[in-house]
Design a protein around this ligand. Structure first.
Ligand SMILES: *Cc1c(COP(=O)(O)O)cnc(C)c1O
Length: 475
């Protein structure tokens, strides 16, 4: 057989071979998920040279057995970078993937529906609507079919919010663009908001200066007085407030902006109100925590990421819009080759993507496997671990500097040890992962309970590692 002749066997193996490969892959996945509480190092030690060297073995000249290649690539992933899925990665909102979400991803790949149009993937589109409607109800937000959709992540959802706001508020924008507008649109978010907003205003053509980063109060929340002043100033200068963002759960410190106050200020300036609840939106699943999102149900649009606190595998954001008509105006298009939009629910004319993967199955299977009470308990477990971490940090002589009901903790050494240096030492020791950050201008350490696997013993280990890093010479 000349090289390449067995491509049919590789691209679509017969059943025996398929079963062998699938059980091999299942073994890899199962061992991986079972290793996420192991005491091994969290940080891959491989340097760039070694990574490239190992990848160069895949020269694509001769076919390699899929099981062998999968084993090697799984090993490479596990030995390089930060293992953010690990229980003791106290990281940047990236979760341990929930098992039902992992299964969902394989199903979605194998069925491979194309969700651009309803008629081609009616079951898949309806399945996504079904789960989105449930999340919307938890947020006490209208759940009109087609007014919400899955996105690649919070950034796409946030960019969608801006497109909706501009299209909805400025009649000339859709057809003539920004040049047609009599006044320059401005966007407002707190100084502690997620700075993907800079990229979003840039890409929308507003220019980065259109983003007003409003001062925060002593707790890190958007300062309503400062917002009022910024709005009044801009209106006086002939600018047009287009969108005001309330961040529910800042990346740095889990701080929640006063949503109701933001709503009132934005409404009187005629602006669209978006709540960026990418991480903390999951609090809506807990009756106990949901009050911290008070006011969210009155927003014009909302971002929640399923791939953060809801533990879906990566690439699963959600965008919720008060009216489907706003999305339809922002994403309208018609082509000769796309099927007729008979039901008015074709995702490609209601969202940014065209070809669209079935993403919602991850959250659907997570919610259905855990059940309502199970999801609430998972969320509350993580919140409880966050509260316990605060107590343990205080007893170990650290000073907690953020105030959030959610499980992200910012802290400093009262003796003034340099947070970056401490974080580096902790990370170098490899048993836990934390990061340095800066909140309200103060350099600090940050630890977030991103994994549902965290138990009190993991917190004790974190405290011990922090202690060791603080005592090391040169702190
Ligand atoms: C994570 C996050 C984002 C960005 O979302 P991605 O899913 O990373 O694209 C935006 N805002 C907030 C508050 C976030 O936590």
């Amino acid at each position: 057989m000349t090289s390449g002749e067995d491509w049919r066997y590789a691209i679509a193996p017969p059943q025996d071979e398929r079963d062998r490969l699938l059980s091999h892959a299942a073994g890899l996945v199962s061992r991986r998920l079972g290793s996420l509480t192991d005491s091994g190092p969290l940080n891959g030690r491989l340097d760039r040279e070694t990574i490239r060297d190992r990848l160069s073995a895949f020269d694509f000249d001769e076919p390699v057995d899929l099981a062998e290649a999968a084993t090697e690539l799984a090993a490479l992933l596990g030995e390089s970078g930060v293992q953010s899925a690990h229980a003791r990665c106290f990281g940047l909102f990236n979760p341990t993937p929930a098992f039902p979400g992992v299964v969902a991803d394989m199903l979605a790949a194998a069925w491979n529906p194309q969700l651009a149009v309803w008629s081609h993937a009616s079951g898949a589109v309806e399945a996504e609507h079904h789960v989105l409607a449930y999340v919307a109800r938890r947020l006490e937000f209208p759940d009109e079919a087609g007014a919400s959709h899955f996105t690649t992540g919070g950034s796409e959802a946030n960019a969608t919010a801006l497109n909706v706001a501009l299209t909805r508020l400025f009649p000339g924008f859709a057809d003539q663009g920004l040049a047609a507008l009599p006044r320059r649109p401005r966007v407002y978010a707190s100084a502690e908001s997620h700075l993907a907003w800079l990229k979003i205003v840039h890409q929308a053509g507003l220019g980065r200066e259109a983003l007003r980063l409003v001062e925060v109060d002593g707790e890190g929340r958007l300062d309503l007085g400062a917002l009022d002043r910024a709005l009044a100033q801009d209106i006086a200068h002939g600018h047009a407030p287009a969108m005001v963002i309330a961040t529910a759960g800042t990346t740095n410190a889990g701080v929640l902006d006063p949503i109701e106050g933001v709503l009132a200020a934005a409404r009187s300036a005629g602006a669209h109100v978006h709540v960026d609840a990418a991480w903390a939106g999951a609090a809506a699943f807990s009756d106990r925590l949901r009050p911290c999102l008070k006011g969210i149900s009155q927003a014009d649009s909302i971002t929640v990421d399923a791939h953060k606190w809801l533990s879906a595998p990566m690439g699963a954001g959600m965008f919720f819009c008060r009216r489907k008509a706003w999305l339809a105006a922002a994403f309208r298009v018609s082509t000769d080759y796309m099927p007729q939009n008979a039901v008015g629910l074709d995702p490609y004319v209601l969202s940014q993507q065209w070809s669209r993967r079935l993403v919602g199955l991850r959250l659907l299977l997570i919610l259905t496997s855990l059940g309502r009470a199970g999801v609430a308990r998972q969320i509350e477990h993580q919140a409880a671990m966050g509260a316990l971490l605060k107590t343990k940090l205080a007893s170990a002589g650290w000073r907690v500097i953020n105030d959030s009901p959610l499980p992200v903790v910012c802290y400093v050494d009262p003796q003034g040890a340099d947070p970056s240096r401490i974080a580096q030492r902790v990370v170098d020791r490899g048993r836990v992962w934390i990061s340095p950050t800066r909140t309200q201008g103060v350099a600090c350490l940050r630890s977030c309970i991103t994994s549902f696997l965290v138990e009190p013993a993991d917190l004790d280990l974190l405290i011990a590692e922090l202690g060791a890093a603080r005592q090391a010479p040169g702190s």
